[in-house]
Design a protein around this ligand. Structure first.
Ligand code: UD1
Ligand code: CA
Length: 460
């Protein structure tokens, strides 16, 4: 039977070195918070439970955690409060009651290590199980070590203990094998070792890093596994480390995309989250930002200064310069922009086109429908082959409530038409320029004026 996996993330600290009023784990790497990144990776281990120790701005951290993961993962989240931050060991002690109920093994790491990959955590788990250890930890090597705990070994290379940089002797400081802060524990052995922690060190804190040594003292076995890519496991402590990490992560993402057949015209000025997928022969121009859960098909072209967040874009679509798209969808062969704005589940069916200064909110445009200039389409369902003239507005808000506009197939909306919702324009009808449409328009009818009146029936 597969051993059950539990995950514990420590995220209670303020992150003093960030010089911020916001808890460190709420800062963003690209489009996603540090805690969000960490939890999405944890979720890929398919754990039974994910415990998160929160303290500073606990409410905001909890909210950020829940919103970063899918609903099934959100069900597995449990939050433990560490009201006063007395160190990483103390944070785990705060979770002790919750841990007593956990079956199987426990993976512990810090909320400020957003680039760790699930496969690295799996490697840690399999070494832990293979060795039958009470604790297993990842180690890394860096020649010019940051302020990390040092791995102390005996003359035979056997692991002895971790010493925090601030508690190191000068000789220990020169050690280049480091503790990046990823641990796998047998839970009952961990609970015993936690009882032995004391704050007699340079920072007066209960260190989680003292646990392995206590386990060895109790005759238990501790394993280590060296991980080659030290930077993947870097913890973010300062804003400049955050920027360095983002640069590394996005160049890795851009490298992956180029290897998959995407043209990135200028990798140095292109900002794409690691979760984004793009099909082959798509071209991403300089100064583009693509964030969140976004997918872009093949043969697309995304032009400069466009910012896309949580988008679904099908094949052969063109996003012209300076478009903003959030939580919205292009189906295929669509063109938008320059300066188009799609938000709140806007959706364009095949070959629909929107042009400059067109905003589409919570609306669907049918196949081959066009809206080329200066228009607001909100809470609207628009059929196929509709033409929307310049400066059209769906007047969807009466000051209290939002209302729907329905425009059926083959309608022509004249320039500067105000569609006062709720309202429906029947199939094949036409509105004259400057109309204010306050009542439903039957099919095949020309309306015009303020308020719009029926002028004639249209015969095709
Ligand atoms: C920690 C490790 C160090 C390691 C480094 C790697 C300890 C004592 N040291 O140091 O060996 O090399 O990470 O990045 O563990 N936290 C709490 N409650 C607390 C204190 C911290 O939840 O009382 C959380 C913080 O929110 C943070 C994480 O634990 O996300 C790590 O804390 P931090 O202060 O950044 O530890 P480091 O000094 O970086
Ligand atoms: Ca840290």
């Amino acid at each position: 039977m597969k051993t059950e996996i539990n995950v514990l993330i420590l995220a209670a600290g303020l992150g003093t070195r960030m010089k911020s009023d916001r808890a460190k784990v709420l800062h963003k790497l690209g489009g996603r918070t540090l805690i969000g990144n960490v939890l999405r990776t944890a979720a890929r281990l398919d754990p039974a439970n994910i415990l998160v120790v929160v303290g500073h701005q606990a409410e905001q951290v909890e909210a950020a955690a829940r919103s970063a993961v899918d609903p099934a993962t959100a069900e597995k989240l449990r939050f433990v409060l560490q009201a006063e931050q007395k160190g990483t060991g103390h944070a785990v002690i705060c979770a002790a009651d919750a841990l007593k109920k956990a079956e199987g093994l426990l993976v512990v790491f810090y909320g400020d290590t957003p680039a760790v990959k699930a496969e690295t955590l799996r490697k840690l788990i399999s070494e832990h199980e293979r060795g039958g250890h009470a604790a297993t930890l990842i180690t890394t090597r860096q020649d010019d070590p940051p302020a990390y705990g040092r791995i102390i070994r005996d003359g035979n290379g056997r692991f002895l203990k971790i010493v925090e940089q601030r508690d190191c002797t000068p000789e220990q400081r020169s050690i280049t094998e480091l503790n990046p802060g990823f641990y796998c524990f047998d839970v009952p052995s961990l609970l015993v070792a936690l009882d032995r922690l004391s704050p007699h060190n340079a920072q007066g804190e209960y260190y989680l890093t003292d646990v392995p040594q206590h386990m060895l003292d109790a005759g238990l076995s501790v394993g280590t596994v060296l991980h080659e890519d030290a930077h993947e496991l870097d913890g973010i402590n300062t804003r400049s480390e955050l920027a360095d990490m983002w640069r590394r992560v996005r160049h890795e993402t851009l490298g992956r995309l180029m290897a998959e057949g995407v043209t990135i015209v200028d990798p140095d000025s292109t900002y794409i989250d690691s979760s984004v997928t793009i099909g082959r022969d798509s071209v991403i121009h300089p100064q583009v930002i693509i964030e969140g859960d976004s997918s872009i098909g093949s043969n697309c072209e995304i032009h400069s200064w466009s910012h896309l967040t949580n988008v679904e874009i099908g094949d052969a679509c063109t996003v012209l310069n300076s478009c903003v798209m959030v939580d919205s969808k292009l189906t295929s062969r669509n063109t938008i922009g320059p300066f188009a704005h799609l938000r709140m589940h806007a959706e364009l069916a095949e070959e629909a086109v929107i042009g400059n200064f067109v905003e589409v909110k919570k609306s669907k445009l049918g196949r081959r429908t066009k809206s080329m200039h200066l228009t607001y389409l909100g809470d609207a369902t628009i059929g196929d082959r509709v033409n929307i003239g310049a400066a059209t507005v769906t007047c969807n808000y009466d000051g209290k409530q939002k209302h729907q506009t329905i425009i059926e197939d083959d309608v022509k909306i004249g320039s500067d038409t105000m569609l006062v919702a709720p309202v429906r324009v029947g199939r094949g009808s036409v509105t004259g320029a400057g109309s204010v449409v306050t009542k439903d328009v039957p099919p095949d009818t020309l309306v015009a004026g303020i308020p719009a009146q029926i002028k004639k029936k249209l015969v095709d």
